[in-house]
Unconditional design. Structure first.
Length: 339
């Protein structure tokens, strides 16, 4: 089991070395992970939290979280936000924490056409405990033994601090949206072993979709006495970071107040290698009070396998404050996915 954990850690360390950010499945419910231009995108005040438990079937835990708040100012036609995020890996007791401030500006291009421009400035902290780590150079394969003590092969700084900047654009009409974002423009240092030997590459994302309105439900409405929205949306999210790229494609059915969604995460890949990662199912509910809940499950279709990994669980909670009628529909101007 110990060798197995070393192997898993090696994969994770290599992944960080080649710079893959944490993967969230409900990225529209985690808006600043997707695009800083989404700051203030509700036109109201919003707070939210996200939690992800990756590969729960393994002996070690890999969790990530995000907490955020944003507000839109009609006076300045701008959105302001703050986000706190982190990730934890139990095997080497590593942690990454980030706090960021966001600003976006909404430019009106027509009656129902808008362009949001946004940026985020962050402070990032990375810490790791190497006392339990066994490096590959300590393994004597011929004798089947480990030479030296755990952590003996490491001589570097286990604490990294850096500033970073993200930026993004989002264009949307009544039923269509497309956006692009770039994260880690400052390319912060991520290697604990050698200074300036390995920096976090910029992560690029292009995302968009289209929403089709269906006939509203206005008969025997149990939750309220007004027309309930019915819509079907299709979307994509292409990500590229360093040597890796990936495409998410999905659909979301909104049967107010219920949301059902499905995503596929996988191809393409820059090296023409198999890259089928997961199928994601999602369910969410929006309450008249402005409180929303979302749950998603990643079913692993990669070589790691569902039985070994246990997939991933993700939960999102958010609340949108409104001084208007509580029956008011939220997100009136954006056709984007809700989760």
């Amino acid at each position: 089991m110990r060798i197995y954990l070393v192997f898993v850690f090696g994969l994770l360390f290599a992944s960080k070395g080649f710079s893959q950010d944490v993967q969230y499945s409900q990225f529209y419910a985690n808006p600043f992970y997707l695009n800083p231009a989404l700051a203030g995108s509700t036109g109201l005040t919003r707070v939210g939290v996200n939690f992800r438990n990756q590969w729960p079937a393994l002996d070690q835990s890999f969790i990530a979280y995000t907490a955020y708040a944003d507000h839109f100012s009609e006076k300045y036609n701008s959105g302001f936000g703050i986000v706190v995020s982190g990730a934890r890996e139990s095997f080497n007791q590593s942690r990454t924490d980030e706090i960021g401030l966001l600003y976006s500006y909404r430019l009106r291009l027509g009656e129902k056409r808008f362009l949001h421009v946004g940026a985020q400035g962050s402070f990032i902290s990375r810490d790791v405990l190497f006392d339990q780590v066994i490096l590959g150079t300590q393994l004597d394969i011929d004798k089947g033994v480990i030479t030296g003590d755990p952590g003996a092969g490491f001589s570097g700084d286990s604490r990294l601090r850096a500033g970073d900047v993200n930026a993004g654009l989002l264009y949307y009409e009544d039923k269509f949206w497309i956006g692009m974002s770039a994260f880690h423009l400052f390319k912060p240092q991520i290697s604990y072993l050698e200074i300036n030997s390995n920096k976090l590459p910029i992560k690029y994302s292009v995302h968009g979709g289209v929403r089709f309105n269906l006939a509203p439900g206005n008969i025997n409405d149990y939750f309220n006495n007004t027309d309930q929205e019915r819509s079907l949306a299709f979307a994509f999210n292409y990500k590229s970071q360093g040597a890796f790229d990936q495409l998410d494609i999905g659909a979301e059915f909104y049967f107010e107040p219920l949301i059902l969604g499905i995503w596929y995460r996988g191809l393409p890949t820059k090296y023409n290698l198999p890259n089928n990662e997961s199928l994601i199912g999602l369910i969410g509910i929006e309450l008249d009070s402005g409180l929303d809940f979302g749950y998603s499950f990643d079913y692993s279709i990669s070589k790691l396998g569902q039985r070994v990994s246990g997939g991933a669980h993700e939960v999102s909670v958010r609340f949108v404050f409104s001084s208007h009628d509580p029956r008011k529909k939220y997100y009136p101007a954006l056709p984007t996915f809700r989760y």
